[in-house]
Design a protein around this ligand. Structure first.
Ligand code: FES
Ligand SMILES: [Fe+2]
Length: 419
């Protein structure tokens, strides 16, 4: 076992095509990840559409830590620690709502929704000139890209746009599927808790090897063409963007087939209102291209997975416990498409949905396997011999190749080795 203080020998634990099982199961490594990853890099927190009005707030998290996302009366977004600076009590216990201020239950200190201390009961008990440091703790860096709000608990580091790099294009491609170029997160969350390390979950999101087997039953029941996208004949590619981000880019297949809305398993005749709004917004030719390409399948390190019709936010709770918060994507100005996105989300990841339950069984079993040291190492060599670079210089492989996992582990190692 490796403890957080004893500097694990990463070169011995993470090799180009192998990762030692203890990296998924060692509680000391989990503690070290909180410091070196979750408290350092940009982490996705929430979307601006979740706090649409002045004084709206919603409870979020960075890693295991609760964070309040608020919009103040002037419309500015804040990320605040949900922790009273008096004696550490939780300040807000409500999931979401609208409030100008929050009052701590313990001794009644009150804070404005921008984090400032407003006051405390029986004020003659204090002689404090400067209350500045007695506000709610702030996430030191907050940045927003196309409505996606990210926070970094580290005061210094690359800008959000530098961190996202090529992943920005996938977010751009996502929002283009709205005639108003905006997504909205308005349907609430399903929370799925799994007994597995967060990295098994993360790797699975852009693992294009498993769908043909793990999801064969849902593809069959739904008479879906998705299975073929992840076969060895598929022209789709797995891509590593750097900084831990990766995608399975299905556009080559969708373009080869050339059917608008084929990505969604439907046709323009069945969503006439959406199609006419897209044509009005982009012109018929461009709208057709966008509707052929569809939405991305991208994992933004370390916790945001955009999966065509839904979005997953990963939350590590313990070395062997992870929550996936899942919501349906909704496109502004696309009511008929949105209704079907909600229905499909319920079918795939709802309480009786097939898709996520099947995945969950896989990462829980993998976790148990490496915990038993059988196998001691996981092998991530698939497609190494056919890795190549795309026109933008990103590493790609066939859809079923383990390019995303290998890339992620290289970045992980660089973070864990950094001082
Ligand atoms: S702990 Fe919040 S007011 Fe005392
Ligand atoms: Fe899956």
């Amino acid at each position: 076992m490796v403890s957080a203080g004893s500097a694990p020998q990463w070169a011995h634990l993470i090799r180009p095509e192998h990762v030692h099982g203890s990296v998924y199961t060692d509680p000391g490594i989990f503690e070290a990840e909180l410091e070196k990853i979750w408290q350092r890099v940009w982490v996705y927190v929430g979307h601006t559409s979740e706090v649409p009005n002045p004084n709206d707030f919603i409870m979020k998290f960075i890693g295991p830590e609760p964070i309040l996302m608020t919009r103040d009366r002037d419309g500015r977004i804040h990320l605040l620690h949900n922790r009273c600076p008096h004696r550490g009590n939780r300040v807000c216990a409500t999931e979401k709502g609208n409030a100008r201020s929050f009052t701590c239950n313990y001794h009644g200190w009150t804070f404005l929704n921008n984090g400032q201390l407003r006051g405390y009961p029986f004020p003659s008990g204090y002689q404090i000139d400067n209350r500045e440091h007695l506000g709610l703790g702030r996430v030191p860096r907050v940045a927003i890209y196309k409505g996606f709000v990210f926070g970094s608990l580290c005061a210094e580091g690359p800008s959000l746009e530098e961190f996202l790099g090529g992943a920005k294009d996938a977010i751009d491609a996502l929002v283009r599927n709205s005639p108003e170029e905006e997504i909205e997160i308005t349907t609430g969350y399903l929370k799925h808790k799994v007994k597995a390390n967060w990295k098994f979950v993360l790797e699975n999101e852009t693992d294009g090897y498993h769908p043909s087997f793990v999801h064969a039953s849902i593809f069959e029941v739904a008479q879906s063409g998705i299975g073929a996208l992840y076969s060895s004949d598929s022209t789709a590619v797995a891509r590593y963007f750097g900084n831990g981000h990766s995608e399975v880019d299905l556009r080559p297949e969708f373009r080869r087939i050339g059917k608008p809305l084929g990505w969604f398993g439907t046709s323009p005749e069945r969503l006439p209102d959406y199609v006419s709004r897209m044509e009005a917004a982009y012109g018929a030719g461009r709208a057709r291209e966008i509707m052929i390409d569809g939405t991305p399948h991208i994992m933004i390190f370390p916790n945001l997975f955009i999966a065509e019709i839904q979005m997953f936010v990963l939350q590590p709770i313990a070395v062997d416990e992870t929550i996936q918060h899942v919501t349906a994507l909704q496109f502004k100005g696309a009511p008929d498409l949105n209704r079907r996105m909600r229905q499909q989300t319920m079918g795939s990841v709802g309480p009786a949905g097939f898709l996520l339950a099947d995945d969950a069984a896989m990462y829980e079993r993998s976790h148990r396997g490496v915990k038993d040291k059988s196998p001691e190492w996981v092998f991530l060599g698939r497609g190494k011999h056919r890795e190549r670079h795309d026109e933008n210089g990103f590493l790609i492989g066939d859809a079923t190749d383990e390019v995303p996992s290998r890339g992620m582990w290289g970045y992980y190692r660089s973070l864990m080795e950094a001082n």
